[in-house]
Write a protein that binds this ligand. Structure first.
Ligand code: TNX
Length: 509
């Protein structure tokens, strides 16, 4: 465990240099009468079943089995110091105890356990028993409450199975939010019953002129439920008042001249705007926010607000203030891109920084919390290098070290850790069309962003991180991920724990 390669790096790891053996005699036990915990225990059994073909029963009880090794899952009553989403993994030779005070914490503990098993655990039928897990104690919890990724399903549409796959990936790295960019100039991607043309017409195209697509409400609910099961919150975004051509093409009354625009399949930004002084526009905004809020259990609603270059500043502020009130009236917390800092926001709002530090500072001064998505570091759609087959270059190039070497607090002068809600890595979709494309731009940068959101700043160093990252090659391959093999990372075969033992025998570590 001394040389574990867990990402994101845990708070504390104390190795004891023995091994816990997972074989067919393993018992999984969970505290009695605790349904949410039992669900997590069953999840662990499910992971092992998928990887090994062996079905381990989950029994209720709080003691180790009298023969064979035991994984014991329970609530941490004793340890009041562990934050609510934290966990402790105490691994002894015959007993592995996973404790947490919430099922979310247990879920994170299980993700760590997954990484302590060999990469083959990710492959159906890929894991041969017995498997050895190094002994020791891990105590772990996240630094930031919001750790997410954004997927733009507007520029190109991605279907439900693809979004689910992205959710699986985020879960492994303990991320807890997926922000869906559901509308833009090129497409409207979520069914709104009171304004049906939004999807029938506005959803019928995408960048490059493809056929587009959209989520029905049932699709969206399916995504929300799937994410929720993995302790991931969905944040819906309807971008306004700019980035609205798909809506403007679907309903003439949203335009100042009362004429519908043409559908748009290009990649320019900043040319569209809702007509901010028409009342019908606010009826539209209210219907859209209401219908989506009704099927969104999470606390947030993102109203965009970026790059509204065709909206007068005064109109922009008037519009955002009203949209913000509408979000509140439907019981949600507003998130807006950093430009929203100019509007009448306060400590009940959230500002998402992507460029222009001074706007982020202004937002913080008004009391809003910040989500940090610096385009120079956290934008997954920016090319890695000049030869990257996918991606954009307007924010420069973002090699794997650039995506890792930054800190949410020091990025904007004048802000403090309390101002930061967390981090998010946006993946805009002008240049991507398939799951493979998503994977290539996501991996391996998303691992670094996950670590920035989870691990204390003092424990993050590129030189050490890159070695751990190099050990994730086999795991990504086992998951079938098509990742960018950056030359900056020492990619290697996953170190086997037998090696650890040899090292210990020789007195090596
Ligand atoms: C800027 S960042 C945008 C998006 C583009 C992206 C491409 C932001 C809030 N807006 O509309 O897709 O750049 O990287």
């Amino acid at each position: 465990m001394t040389r574990n390669s867990i990402i994101p790096k845990p708070q504390s790891v104390v190795a004891t240099n023995q091994t816990f053996v997972v074989d067919e005699g393993l018992s999984i036990r969970v505290e009695e009468g605790h349904e949410a915990f039992k669900k997590e225990a069953l999840r662990l059994a499910g992971i092992l079943k998928n990887a090994t073909g062996v079905g381990f029963e989950v029994e209720e009880g709080d003691k180790a089995a009298w023969f064979g090794n035991t994984i014991l899952i329970n609530q941490s009553k004793a340890d009041q110091n562990l934050p609510p989403s934290g966990y402790e993994l105490d691994i002894k030779e015959n007993l592995l105890t996973l404790t947490a005070s919430s099922s979310e914490g247990l879920f994170y503990g299980i993700q760590t356990l997954r990484q302590l098993l060999t990469a083959q655990v990710e492959q159906a039928g890929g894991l041969q028993l017995p498997v050895l897990i190094p002994t020791g104690t891990i105590r772990d919890w996240p630094q930031y409450e919001y750790r997410g990724m954004m997927l733009d399903v507007a520029r190109h549409f991605f279907d439900v199975p693809t979004v689910k796959r992205v959710i699986d990936y985020l879960a492994l790295y303990k991320m807890n939010t997926l922000h869906l960019h559901l509308s833009d100039d090129q497409g409207w991607r979520i069914e709104i019953e009171s304004w049906p043309n939004l999807t029938t017409h506005g959803g019928s195209t995408e960048v490059g002129g493809g056929e587009g697509g959209f989520f029905t409400k049932e699709d969206y609910k399916e995504i929300v439920a799937y994410a929720g099961d993995k302790h991931i919150t969905i944040v819906p975004e309807i971008d306004m008042p700019g980035h609205t051509n798909a809506a403007l093409a679907s309903y003439p009354e949203l335009n100042c001249d009362g004429k519908a625009t043409e559908l748009y399949a290009g990649t320019k930004v900043g040319f569209s705007t809702l007509c901010t002084d028409k009342e019908v526009v606010y009826e539209f905004v209210d219907d859209v926010i209401r219908e989506i809020s009704e099927i969104t259990p999470g606390p947030y609603f993102h109203i965009g607000g970026d790059e509204s270059h065709s909206t007068e500043q005064e109109d922009y502020e008037y519009f955002m203030n009203r949209a913000r009130e509408i979000v509140k009236s439907h019981g949600k917390t507003m998130i807006g891109w950093v430009e929203v800092a100019h509007a009448g926001i306060d400590e009940t709002d959230i500002v998402q920084f992507w460029a222009k530090e001074k706007n982020a500072l202004q937002g913080a001064k008004k009391g809003a919390k910040l989500i940090m998505s610096p385009s120079k570091h956290a934008y997954l759609d920016i090319k890695y290098n000049e030869d990257s087959p996918l991606g954009l270059t307007w924010a420069g190039l973002t090699e794997v070290d650039d995506a890792y070497n930054w800190d949410p607090v020091t990025l904007v002068e004048g802000i403090e850790k309390v101002d930061v809600l967390g981090v998010e890595a946006p993946l805009w979709a002008e240049t991507i069309e398939t799951l493979d494309d998503i994977e290539y731009l996501m991996f391996p940068r998303i691992l670094g962003i996950a670590e920035i959101g989870w691990t204390v700043r003092e424990d993050r160093r590129w030189d050490e991180y890159r070695v751990r990252l190099g050990q994730h090659r086999d795991r990504m391959k086992a998951m079938g991920i098509d990742f960018y093999e950056s030359p900056l990372v020492p990619w290697q075969e996953e170190a086997s724990f037998f090696m650890d033992i040899e090292m210990t025998d020789e007195g090596g570590e």
